[in-house]
Design a protein around this ligand. Structure first.
Ligand code: FE2
Ligand code: FE2
Length: 143
């Protein structure tokens, strides 16, 4: 079986928001734990995949609030991506509950890839916007 590479947060992935950066690091950690659990072959992954879905949903909510507050123009597209992931993972959980042996390599690779490409893609666009808008806020405060 191919080993799934672990996620590692890098400083260039910063969102210019400490809370969101911490959440991304935690999301990476939970994903790595799930992969670890799966690869060790030691039993039930259900709690681990539930942790991931719960934490992702809290994180998506935090990002949504920031998008609303900063009037992010690409909010609709970004929220659709979050929704796509949420629905996909709900489907995996459903399948897993019905057939516990089958939390496959392809499912975990998908989760890992999606999280990596979202946090280093669309999220970074939001990060740039947050940086610009916070600079603007500082500027208006100075004036
Ligand atoms: Fe994110
Ligand atoms: Fe996001």
């Amino acid at each position: 079986m191919n080993r799934i590479p672990r996620l590692q947060w890098e400083p260039q992935f910063t969102m210019h928001d400490d809370v969101i950066d911490l959440q991304h690091k935690k999301l990476y950690m939970i994903t790595n734990e799930l992969i670890e659990k799966h690869e060790s072959g030691s039993g039930d992954c259900y709690e681990f995949i539930k942790d991931l879905v719960d934490y992702a949903s809290r994180h998506f909510h935090a990002e949504q609030l920031l998008m609303m507050k900063s009037q992010y123009p690409d909010m609709k597209w970004h929220l659709e991506e979050h929704e796509y992931f949420t629905n996909k993972i709900a489907g995996f959980i459903e399948d897993y509950k019905n057939n516990k042996e089958n939390l496959g390599w392809d499912v975990l690779s998908f989760l890992r890839e999606w999280i990596f490409f979202h946090t280093t893609g669309l999220d970074l666009k939001l990060g740039e916007h947050l940086m610009k808008t916070s600079l603007q806020n500082e500027k208006t405060r100075d004036e």
